[in-house]
Design a protein around this ligand. Structure first.
Ligand code: NDP
Ligand code: GDR
Length: 384
């Protein structure tokens, strides 16, 4: 086993390469690294529409003097592209956040998910080797609590056995172990952050928390009447993405690379999340029925945040099409190792998270309702 990478010279600004920079975490991490004085390179995918909304506010015109934020077209399925970008950018740190990250979608596209999430990680590690950057480039892998799947121990920590329950989780299991393997075999400073669910107003709209806050805000403004959901009993340990990207950076600043669980240590059900989000809008819900027949009725509406909702409205219904072929019923993390060794603690509570998400989504829905009132066509996506 060879030694881990040396610390780069403190004088030169550090260079980071982020895959998945256009995603939720990538955008917060890019902001954080720019604040810290890094030169940040991000990989974006070619798309028929703009897909850089989450980073447009930090984009720097290449015509400006010394821009510190650069975007490169690329894809985790394309080895030669990855090798070229790593060669051109010579990063001190690579954050591999790019992934087909939707668990339910991974059942529909298992092979693609494996290609991006498992082999994509291998391709980047190989790029480091091929370019002889083992001593220079540190590597962060976005591992996940989904590795625990059918949980073997409560709460889950670094030593808890894995039992993945989806093509996504199985692909991420490969990525986890290839990172450990390249660390042990080639001495690359490579580590896994085993992150539990983390959310924000930038969360993709088909993940459960954002689907709820976005959907309820639309219902509050009369843009939608009912939100169709899957398994309301699922339990998750939800944190704020901003707290979690800080930890991604901290993990690459240690003397030796190590894998850490990152979580809040508090768990709520999807039903509780819906209830808390509805309360933010002044709506009190009553959940009635069981399983596929469960629904939530507004039994009290207070304040002025939900002008379109009336007492008695059914605003949530379960639709089995959102059930998964194999479900992860419960996740609860124990991040005492990160707390003790790195001094990491989450700063943002679930109530603050929900309040921030609801405020953002109310503003979007109010704008859309106003446009509709003025006679413009406003289409609300139905397939979530
Ligand atoms: P997002 O889905 O918001 O972002 C994923 C990013 O990956 C996007 O930038 C996306 O591009 C990009 N991407 C997708 N496919 C490819 C590809 N083939 N080549 C290159 N880039 C690609 O995820 P999050 O920001 O929430 O998560 C970041 C990482 O952390 C992911 O790897 C996820 O699996 C993992 N993770 C997330 C957790 C969470 O709760 N958020 C918890 C644990 C792990 P585009 O914008 O074009 O779609
Ligand atoms: P998850 O997140 O699968 O944990 O993966 P998601 O928000 O999609 O689901 C959480 C739980 O909610 C249940 N659920 C629903 N989920 C969605 N998306 N839509 C629904 O309508 C719905 N109703 C109930 C799900 O069944 C599940 O139990 C996320 C992703 O960010 C991964 O990339 C990451 O690795 C893990 O978190 C940690």
């Amino acid at each position: 086993m060879t030694q881990p990478a040396n610390t780069p010279s403190p004088a030169a600004p550090k260079v980071a390469l982020i895959t998945g920079v256009t995603g939720q975490d990538g955008s917060y991490l890019a902001e954080l690294l720019l604040e810290k004085g890094y030169i940040v390179h991000g990989i974006k995918r070619r798309s028929s529409q703009f897909n850089t909304q989450r980073v447009d506010h930090i984009y720097q015109d290449p015509h400006e003097r010394n821009p510190r934020f650069h975007l490169h077209y690329g894809d985790l399925t394309d080895s030669s592209n990855l090798i070229r970008i790593v060669q051109e950018t010579q990063p001190d740190e690579i954050y591999n956040l790019g992934a087909q990250s939707h668990v339910a979608v991974s059942f529909e596209s298992p092979e693609y998910t494996a290609d991006v999430d498992a082999l994509g990680t291998l391709r980047l590690l190989e790029a480091i080797r091929i370019l002889g950057l083992e001593k220079k480039t540190r590597f962060y892998q976005a591992s996940t609590s989904e590795l625990y799947g059918l949980v073997q121990e409560i709460p889950q920590k670094e030593t808890t056995p894995f039992y993945p329950r989806s093509p996504y989780a199985v692909a991420k299991l490969y990525a986890y172990w290839i990172v450990v393997n390249y660390r042990e075999a080639y001495g690359i400073y490579a580590c896994n952050g085993i992150l539990f669910n983390h959310e924000s107003p930038r969360r993709g709209e088909t993940f459960v928390t954002r689907k709820i806050t976005r959907g309820l805000a639309n219902i509050a403004q009369g843009l939608e009447s009912c939100l169709y959901m899957g398994n309301l009993d699922a339990l998750r340990d939800w944190g704020h993405a901003k707290d979690y990207v800080r930890m991604q950076w901290m993990m690459l600043q240690q003397e030796t690379p190590k894998d850490y669980v990152i979580a809040t240590g508090v768990q709520y059900s999807v039903r509780q999340f819906i209830d808390m989000a509805a309360k933010e809008l002044g709506i009190t819900l009553s959940f009635e029925g069981k399983g596929e027949n469960e629904k939530a009725v507004a039994i009290k509406v207070e304040g002025d945040k939900a002008p379109a909702v009336r007492t008695g409205d059914v605003i949530i219904q379960v639709d089995p099409r959102y059930f998964r072929p194999a479900e992860v019923e419960t996740l609860l993390g124990d991040s005492r190792l990160a707390n003790n060794e790195l001094g990491w603690h989450p700063h943002i509570t679930i109530n603050q998270l929900i309040s921030e998400m609801i405020d953002t989504d109310i503003a979007i829905s109010e704008q859309q309702a106003l446009l509709r009132k003025q006679g413009f066509t406003v289409a609300v996506p139905k397939d979530k």
